[in-house]
Design a protein. Structure first.
Length: 197
């Protein structure tokens, strides 16, 4: 017999229990917030699209813009590899492709750090000229200059829930427990890289 299996941070699979973070919802929430404060040119710095998380976050950004009738084109986004250096390079590319840019949503906090670094050294005022939101809520993001607005997700809870779920399956192997899809919520954490409303 197959041992109990729980998949973390993956796509839904009807045969197995999956536990993941709401990357799509978190990204959409971040972009909808930017739109709500009248930032109408929201660019994206995506993570590498072979990653499921990067694709889900990009889709959330796209759907938030389309939801208010903004057409999304390749000029509105660029791609990094999750590192700060790649975020900076992607931001330079984005500035060239999308001059009206007044906000940027970054696929993670590390790439957002690259954006902040470039902005600080090139006279782009954050948040006055450009609002920035990251994703992951790294411990360090509160200490960026300015402190980074970001999307937080409960990774510790994800790990604990995975263990609890596995133990439940091990304790009751004969009860035919149907596979579950568990998606953990994300929250927007507002700091100094977005204007206070």
């Amino acid at each position: 017999a197959c041992p109990p299996i729980v998949f973390l941070k993956c796509q839904r699979n009807p045969n197995y229990t999956t536990i993941s973070v709401d990357n799509y919802g978190g990204a959409r929430k971040a972009v909808e917030y930017l739109l709500s404060i009248d930032r109408n040119h929201v660019g994206l710095i995506a993570g590498p699209l072979e990653w499921l998380e990067a694709r889900q976050r990009k889709q959330g950004w796209e759907d938030a813009l389309r939801g208010v009738g903004i057409e999304v084109t390749p000029d509105h986004w660029s791609m990094g590899n999750w590192s700060s250096a790649s975020g900076e390079a992607a931001f330079v590319e984005l500035l060239q492709k999308y001059p009206p840019l007044d906000a940027v949503f970054c696929g993670n906090d590390q790439m957002a750090l690259g954006v902040l670094n470039y902005a600080n050294t090139h006279g782009i005022r954050i948040p006055e000229d450009l609002a920035v939101i990251g994703f992951d809520n790294l411990t360090e993001s509160a200490y960026y200059t300015p402190a980074l607005s970001t999307v937080t997700h409960p990774l510790r809870e994800l790990g604990a829930l995975a263990v609890r779920t596995l133990l439940k399956y091990i304790d009751a192997p004969t009860s035919n427990q149907a596979p579950e899809e568990i998606i953990l919520k994300t929250e927007l954490v507002l700091r100094d890289s977005t204007p206070s409303t």
